[in-house]
Write a protein that binds this ligand. Structure first.
Ligand code: ATP
Length: 193
């Protein structure tokens, strides 16, 4: 999937709606310290379903909402939209929105979906929140220092097969639940004989 545009509203320092066009090829973000470069990358990860407060440099989930400055009041919601183009040239818009007190909601092309649907969509497209295509500060040295198992996970993300692990875990959980049901069924049948 080719990501074409990122739109932020009320996300961290981006209080006013801001659009970032992403052209084909490698995209670098430059600017003075504290201007919001890392916030942009975090917005991309957040809209892809990232929930780890550590990787979003905040204490709680609502810390991504514009917290206000001396001249501007805090916002009540943050929204990030990713506009992408799939391999079949179809456009796809993924939106994540968080409101104070109500948590996050996700939409794909205007349809309400679960966080898991968004994570799987990007994992299959090899561009998930942990994708090696998103290179933040310190990431290069982390790749060099990574243990073989960690490096394998990165390669799997890059190859677009990370989503298969999630599906495998889901399938295994369903299998266990079904096996437990079968055991229970045997017991019930046994009781009746
Ligand atoms: P550096 O080059 O120093 O790494 P940067 O360009 O990556 O900086 P960011 O770290 O993305 O900058 O942005 C930091 C700015 O975002 C700070 O000014 C911080 O106050 C602001 N900021 C972070 N979270 C919020 C929030 N919830 N509300 C308002 N402003 C926020």
């Amino acid at each position: 999937m080719q990501i074409k545009r990122l739109r932020l509203t009320g996300f961290k320092s981006f209080v006013d709606p801001a659009d970032l066009r992403i052209e084909p090829g490698l995209t670098g973000i430059v600017g003075p310290n504290g201007c919001g470069k890392s916030n942009l990358l975090e917005a991309l990860r957040w809209a892809m379903g990232e929930n780890s407060a550590k990787s979003l440099r905040g204490g709680g989930m609502e810390d991504v909402i514009f917290a206000g400055t001396q001249t501007r009041p805090a916002r009540n919601f943050a929204e990030v939209s990713i506009l992408g183009e799939q391999d079949d040239d179809e456009e796809l818009e993924v939106v994540r929105r968080i409101e104070r007190g109500t948590g996050s909601a996700y939409r794909i092309n205007g349809r309400d979906v679960r966080a898991k649907d968004v994570a799987l969509l990007f994992a299959d497209a090899a561009t998930g929140a942990h994708s090696p295509a998103l290179v933040s500060q310190g990431r290069i040295s982390a790749v060099i220092a990574a243990k073989p198992a960690e490096r394998r996970a990165m390669l799997e993300e890059a190859a677009g097969i990370a989503g298969l692990h999630v599906r495998r875990r889901d399938a295994e959980a369903k299998l266990r639940a079904t096996e437990a049901n079968l055991v229970r069924l045997d017991e019930v049948i046994g009781d009746q004989e």
